[in-house]
Design a protein around this ligand. Sequence first.
Ligand SMILES: *[C@@H]1O[C@H](CO)[C@@H](O)[C@H](O)[C@H]1NC(C)=O
Ligand SMILES: *[C@@H]1O[C@H](CO)[C@@H](O)[C@H](O)[C@H]1NC(C)=O
Ligand SMILES: CC(=O)N[C@H]1CO[C@H](CO)[C@@H](O)[C@@H]1O
Length: 240
Amino acid sequence: MSSARFVLLSFCSALLIQAALGADPLFHFCSTSENFTASSPYESNLSKLTSFLYTMTPASGFGLGSIGQYQDQVYGLALCWGDTSPSDCKACVADAGAEIRRLCPRNKGAIIWYDNCMFKYLDTDFFGQIDNTNKFYMWNLNNVSDPEVFNSKVRGLLTGLMDEAYTVPKLYATGEMGLEDKTKLYGLVQCTRDLTAAECKECLEGAMGELPSCCDGKEGGRVVGGSCNFRYEIYPFVNV
Ligand SMILES: *[C@@H]1O[C@H](CO)[C@@H](O)[C@H](O)[C@H]1NC(C)=O
Ligand SMILES: *[C@@H]1O[C@H](CO)[C@@H](O)[C@H](O)[C@H]1NC(C)=O
Ligand SMILES: CC(=O)N[C@H]1CO[C@H](CO)[C@@H](O)[C@@H]1O
């Protein structure tokens, strides 16, 4: 995945609700690197890896593996968001593994995100490397009345969650913060678990650096990448 990819999406609340109910992907990228051919060892290794990740991921919410050798070796991982139940995780990884092959039928690498999980595979070893290439933004179209104060609350909440997330094994944290007008701000941050604590922190700091371009004064927003992501909203969205 060599070329820089940077995509901005805006969704109104209605679309966000729709996305949460359906099993449609939020976004995907097909790698611009080489293609494999039908019935090649690469394809069979990719299929094996996809079933492996489907089996492995639901128990802990994270799966990682590699199959094959040399030019036929494929590396992949799947991550369910920390608030996803094992059964929703399983359904999501199943959807992701099938849908990515439909959307990127011959690509040696690809990544796909859903509301409950992400799935990525590549023909090179990407484990433990922060993915700065594949990312997208989503935001709520509604503006807050006092952007400056609100933005600093968002930053405060997400920074606190980041400081918690990178110190726990799941590299995941959620939380909430009261706002002046008795409403609340809710947040979630998470890294893929191939990263070290330090790499997770670095990844989330990078994502948070994009708050001004992503979600300046917006009631909700997400910066979603291949190694970490965050989300905040003024309504509770974390499954409990
Ligand atoms: C891979 O396949 C796609 C779609 O068939 C094609 O557009 C692209 O040029 C191919 N890439 C390479 C490197 O052959
Ligand atoms: C929010 O602010 C932007 C930029 O000022 C404006 O274009 C947009 O229409 C506003 N959104 C709503 C829902 O009022
Ligand atoms: C299913 C499977 O193992 N397929 C191939 C994986 O890649 C190796 C080469 O590294 C092939 O020998 C396998 O047939």
